[in-house]
Design a protein around this ligand. Structure first.
Ligand SMILES: *Cc1c(COP(=O)(O)O)cnc(C)c1O
Ligand SMILES: *[C@@H]1O[C@H](CO)[C@@H](O)[C@H](O)[C@H]1NC(C)=O
Length: 543
């Protein structure tokens, strides 16, 4: 035994000497900087050292944040409890008071113009013009729309503030943190769930893909071309993210019920897979993927599962509470590692706000971009956008606060009632059907009669003044039910019935308009031609 230990000691000794020799060599050849770099990289590789460095860094950051002059303007008391949506919506008067408190908390330097970045506002006629444009808009939509009014007031008040530097406008940081917290609580996240506010569903999904790509880069550096597995019904933002960030999407089929095929996704997993994606619900037909089964798969395979809740994130929790049968889709499922949810959809705020939430801060770290070498200073940014307008953050915050749980429940009830009424009306029209079994406030209408060209029905509807969304593969039309539909649900059913009858009677209608165009595109086997057509289209309409 003795000799064994001395042998170990000898090996250690040799390794140690070798390391010293290599380090000295680096020092002599490449200088001090490279020497320290290699030393630090080597140290970080030792077990325990990395987490120790992590702790030291965390302490440094906490004490830095608490000592900066700007942070002294921190708003309100720090609370350890997760902030949740208020039960009852907060009144406009109270919210306006809070706005004054928030505004007064902005860095004195920012208010007096003693800052050298972030705000390029010209305080003159130009500023007045912009303000007036918003006042006009408010007049136009009418002050009776109380919710829109308070949302617009906040948009207006924070329009010129910038969330690029979290220390200059602490009120924006506070609002962003609270939006994320309320969203996390709504999606049944525990205390560990964290996230960021983004400019929309696209940015939220882009960030999820970037996060898992970077996570895989760290833990599985051998992957050359990382792969995402997602059903064909996933929103194209996932494909866009893959295109931007150098990943590949493996699209798997959906079943006859338009839900992701779990077995197909399982079979598509290989050594390059870095994430799974599912939707709650997918936009095309308003149907939720089998997220519980995919969560189990994700846990079994040790892969992250991103749930695209851009569309349903701010609707499904309330529809479930109303008593509808909603399959589980949120953080209650252990395999769900992130969820995107758009505040500018069923969060009823103005365009330009969404939330991306992650199961814990360790995952979220991979979203943050840093560049410490810039002569302009230490640079870091949590998402795609650098400058981030304060207006959209403030509007999102006030939208959630003004509605509260009760407000969201009321809206969900109204919209679900309208949806059910419209779906019932569609089913009663001869020749039409609802595609699959939609879960919330949207559905797709397809032909129940093979002879009927649904795109010709869409064209006929447009002649009657409607704007219709067309789905393909299979052909159907999409309807998201919006607050304004309650008043015109009957008109829709009447016009749809008439349009369907017109198309049935007149076969030439199927050979005209978008019906003809979609028919033609469907027959082109080479989709790159269709892509070229789309590029041409955008070049033309933005001329
Ligand atoms: C709307 C939507 C997106 C994209 O969001 P934008 O806000 O349009 O950028 C992504 N996924 C789903 C399911 C959506 O409905
Ligand atoms: C059928 O539709 C076409 C195209 O709109 C129209 O020109 C034609 O008059 C219609 N025929 C009948 C019988 O309504």
């Amino acid at each position: 035994m003795d000799s064994f230990f001395s042998w170990i000691n000898l090996t250690e000794h040799i390794v140690f000497t070798l390391v010293i020799v290599i380090l000295i060599n680096i020092y002599l050849k490449n200088g001090k900087e490279e020497f320290f770099r290699v030393l630090v990289v080597g140290l970080k590789a030792l077990p325990g050292v990395k987490s120790l460095i992590g702790k030291v860094l965390h302490n440094e950051v906490t004490s830095f944040v608490s000592t900066t002059a700007l942070a002294k303007k921190n708003v309100g008391k720090e609370s350890v409890q997760r902030m949740q949506l208020p039960k009852k919506g907060i009144s406009p008067e109270e919210l306006r008071n809070e706005m004054n408190i928030l505004k007064s908390a902005e860095a004195e330097s920012a208010k007096e113009g003693k800052i050298f970045a972030y705000v390029y506002t010209v305080i003159d006629q130009h500023w007045k013009l912009q303000s007036e444009a918003f006042d006009k808009f408010e007049e136009k939509i009418g002050h009776s729309l109380e919710h829109d009014t308070i949302v617009n007031e906040f948009l207006h008040a924070f329009l010129h503030e910038n969330a690029l530097n979290p220390m200059v406008f602490p009120s924006l940081r506070k609002m962003e943190t609270e939006i994320v917290s309320m969203t996390a609580a709504m999606l049944n996240g525990d205390q560990d769930v964290v996230g960021f506010v983004t400019s929309g569903g696209t940015e939220s999904n882009l960030m999820a893909v970037k996060t898992y790509r970077d996570m895989a880069r760290k833990s599985r550096p051998n992957i050359r071309l990382p792969e995402i597995i997602a059903p064909i019904t996933v929103h194209p933002t996932i494909d866009k993210a893959a295109h931007y960030f150098g990943l590949k999407v493996i699209h798997t089929p959906v079943g006859d019920d338009f839900r992701a095929d779990v077995q197909a996704m399982k079979e598509a997993i290989n050594e390059n897979t870095v994430m799974l994606v599912a939707s709650a619900p997918q936009f095309c037909h308003g149907i939720i993927d089998p997220i519980k089964e995919l969560s189990d798969l994700a846990v079994a395979k040790g892969l992250p599962l991103h749930v695209d809740g851009c569309f349903g994130g701010f609707m499904l929790p309330w529809v479930e509470k109303l008593g509808y049968n909603i399959p589980p889709f949120d953080f209650r499922l252990p395999g769900v590692s992130s969820i995107s949810a758009d505040v500018h959809k069923y969060g009823y705020s103005v365009k330009g706000s969404s939330v991306i939430v992650y199961r814990n801060a360790e995952i979220r770290k991979h979203q943050i971009y840093t560049y410490p070498e810039w002569p302009g200073g230490l640079y870091g940014s949590p998402s795609m956008a650098g400058t981030r307008g304060g207006g959209t953050i403030a509007s999102a915050w006030v939208s959630l606060k003004a509605l509260g749980v009760d407000g969201f429940m009321d809206k969900a009830k109204e919209l679900m009632d309208t949806t059910e009424k419209m779906m019932k009306g569609v089913k009663e029209i001869n020749g039409l059907k609802i595609m699959g079994e939609p879960h919330m406030t949207s559905f797709a209408i397809g032909p129940s009669d093979k002879e009927l060209d649904i795109y010709a029905v869409a064209d006929a509807m447009e002649k009657k003044g409607w704007t219709i969304e067309r789905n393909q593969k299979p052909s159907c039309i999409h309807c998201s039910i919006l607050p304004r539909h309650t008043a015109i649900a009957d008109d829709f059913i009447r016009d749809l019935k008439d349009s369907t009858a017109e198309v049935k009677e007149n076969k030439t209608l199927a050979k005209k308009g978008t019906a003809a165009m979609y028919g033609m595109i469907g027959t082109i086997p080479d989709k790159t031609i269709v892509s070229d057509f789309l590029v041409e289209f955008f070049s033309e309409v933005y001329k």
